[in-house]
Design a protein around this ligand. Structure first.
Ligand code: NAP
Ligand code: MG
Length: 480
């Protein structure tokens, strides 16, 4: 298979010498991408280009900006099979998961392309004669988008699309290890007619390229998705220079299974959330909180499910779970399982978790709610099962971490489901569904350490982060 050469996009020029290789986590002999490694100077030039371009872009009618996104969606759709294969090769998720993600990116471009017709404000009655008061949405200026590797095309799409249609210039810094997917997206937008400088792509390490973007006063807003550690590190710097900030971070998402639930259904939902996407989703189920009567039957069915999620090459048909993304991630996953074993928990797995990147799912039982495995995001196919006496305790346990991204409940009891939905401290609540997976037309984000919890992503409201509201008082000149 071909190796993609990834360069930076600055203005209209693809630049930089490809230097960094990304090897397919499922096939050590497949070099998926070789990408240029940028630095502060590359960022500086991308910001110069953005500075020169954004006033004209801002003056371009929003429906015209939207048309470019719609065109990019068509171009990406034409190449979607190839893009999905490259996504599987560089990130590891199965081809069916990758295809879903590419389709999502296309749908996101279409959704925000359409928003070009709808970005609007409000009108208010004036106390002065025939006056009119109305609000306008103004673009913030230059936006930096810093994105993680686990949804390497969908997340860049759901940040770039609303930013662009709202009239901002964007510099994208994707995760280095998944530079190919971001490049496919940016290429489609360039081919669709995004003017030079309005969208730049700068590759390279977060500590260099991300760092330069965070510190540059020309960047009016930073939208970041990634780990809490990195998010916290950049938050203070952004706050100090009062840059508009949107940080969406990790989760320790719980699925509550109540006694009245069908154990097989609950196990299927837990497996999709826990092992789908190799557990490498911010909304992945990483804890199951079970009440006592359902627990034995649930556990039996859940262990049975692990048989279907044995890891394999995501390009092969029938594989439900791809490899772990990297050696670092694999050894981190292993160390969480070992730490749990060391405090008396019981890991259950069908395979060998020592065997490189093809890590089988692990269910950890005999877990205390304060144990490390129940508190820290693992970001792999590892699910801790915790017992709770009843719904009250299940709710308390669900909230007993620093995170607040997604939470789910499996039950036939509408009253219990509704109480859980009302009371739980999580940005996303799923009833009888996996914690992972979100709709593109619905606000998305977390609370507590999972998010800055200021602006939501996705849906029409995503525009709010990328614009500010101006109030205009329009009074006829004849008024006296
Ligand atoms: P990460 O290590 O925090 O990296 C995220 C991005 O930040 C990458 O592009 C990274 O660059 C960059 N970066 C690293 N250090 C930086 C710095 N000092 N300044 C500026 N940027 C910097 O996260 P990840 O490992 O890519 O992704 C996994 C994490 O993302 C998990 O915690 C997951 O829960 C979270 N996530 C959250 C959501 C959500 O919507 N809530 C969605 C998906 C993933 P390089 O890695 O290229 O160096
Ligand atoms: Mg990382």
């Amino acid at each position: 298979m071909d190796t993609l050469e990834i360069r930076h996009l600055v203005g209209t020029t693809w630049e930089g010498d490809p230097a960094l290789e990304r090897i397919n986590p499922a096939r050590p002999d497949d070099v998926v991408t070789i990408s240029a490694v940028g630095d502060a100077k590359t960022v500086d030039r991308a910001l110069d280009a953005a500075d020169a371009a954004w006033q004209e872009w801002r003056a371009t009618p929003a429906p015209v900006r939207g048309e470019i996104l719609l065109r990019a969606a068509d171009l990406l759709e034409r190449r979607s099979d190839e893009v999905a294969v490259d996504l599987t090769r560089e990130e590891g998720k199965t081809l069916s998961e990758a295809t879903g993600e590419v389709r999502r990116a296309i749908a996101v471009l279409r959704f925000f392309g359409g928003e070009g017709w709808r970005i609007g404000g409000s009108t208010y009655p004036s106390s002065v004669g025939d006056g009119l008061i109305y609000t306008r949405r103004e673009p913030v200026g230059i936006v930096a988008a810093i994105t993680p590797w686990n949804f390497p095309i969908a997340i860049p799409a759901w940040k770039i699309a609303p930013a662009l249609v709202a009239g901002n210039a964007v510099v994208l810094k994707p995760a280095q290890i998944t530079a190919g997917s971001a490049w496919h997206l940016v290429s489609s937008l360039l081919e669709a007619g995004i003017p030079p400088g309005v969208l730049s792509l700068v590759n390279g390490p977060g500590s260099v390229v991300g760092n330069a973007l965070v510190g540059d006063p020309r960047v009016a807003a930073v939208t970041f998705t990634g780990s809490v550690a990195v998010g916290k590190a950049i938050f203070g710097r952004l706050a100090a220079r009062r840059a508009r900030t949107q940080l969406e971070m990790g989760g320790k998402n719980a699925l509550v299974v109540l006694d009245d639930a069908d154990p097989a259904t609950a196990a299927r939902i837990a497996a999709i959330g826990g092992f789908g996407l190799t557990g490498q989703a911010c909304t992945a189920t990483s804890r199951v909180i079970c009440t006592p009567k359902v627990k034995p039957a649930f556990l039996e069915a859940f262990v049975e499910e692990t048989g279907r999620y044995q890891p394999g090459d995501g390009l092969n048909a029938g594989v439900l779970m791809g490899p772990v993304v990297s050696q670092d991630q694999a050894s981190s996953n292993r160390s969480y399982v070992e730490a749990a074993r060391a405090v008396g928990s019981t890991p259950i797995t069908r395979g060998d978790i020592e065997s490189g990147l093809f890590q089988p799912p692990v269910i950890v039982t005999d877990v205390g709610v304060d144990d490390r495995i129940a508190q820290e995001e693992v970001f792999g196919p590892v699910v801790a099962v915790i017992e709770a006496a009843d719904l009250d305790e299940a709710l308390a346990f669900t909230d007993a971490t620093s995170y607040g991204l997604a939470a789910g409940i499996v039950t036939n009891d509408l009253r219990a489901a509704q109480r859980f939905a009302n009371e739980v401290q999580a940005g996303v609540v799923k009833v009888n569904e996996a914690t992972s997976g979100v709709a593109l037309n619905v606000p998305f984000g977390g609370v507590k350490d999972s998010s800055t919890n200021t602006f939501r992503e996705q849906g029409s409201g995503a525009i709010d982060f990328f614009t500010w509201s101006k109030s205009v008082y329009l009074t006829p000149p004849s008024w006296s």
